[in-house]
Design a binder for this molecule. Sequence first.
Ligand code: SME
Length: 148
Amino acid sequence: MNFESLLSRVDEIIKSEGENGLQSVCNLLHREVKYYNWVGFYFMNHETRMLNVGPYAGAETEHTEIPFGKGICGQVAESGKTFTVDDVSEQDNYIACSIETKAEIVVPMFKGESLIGQIDIDSHYPAPCSDEDEAFLKGVCEIVSTVV
Ligand code: SME
């Protein structure tokens, strides 16, 4: 499936299931994109300055809470900018979830002007993501932001 049709599927899922559709969205992306080996959402708690894990597909993670500033996800919580990591072994501020992970992309999710969360993709393949992945994942975040 290409990104355009995947995005339409995401839109259909969210329009019909609302917030309950987030798990299906993770499962869909995990199943359809061979280099998306962990797909999950983190949502921000601005009071505690913590990211809390939401629905995800892939290996179980211990990192259900991540402080702002820590790891790739925590850095995106502070910057509000997409962070693409081609090789996680080159990152000092990185939280390892699986030894199989070689690359990661984290795309912020906004509701209006406010940063509310992010989608996090881990890959077992080195440098798999392009601008197309970023554009696609931004689209996913825009759709999901309408129901969370
Ligand atoms: N690798 C992330 C932590 C989250 S797990 O990948 C699920 C990071 O460095 O923020």
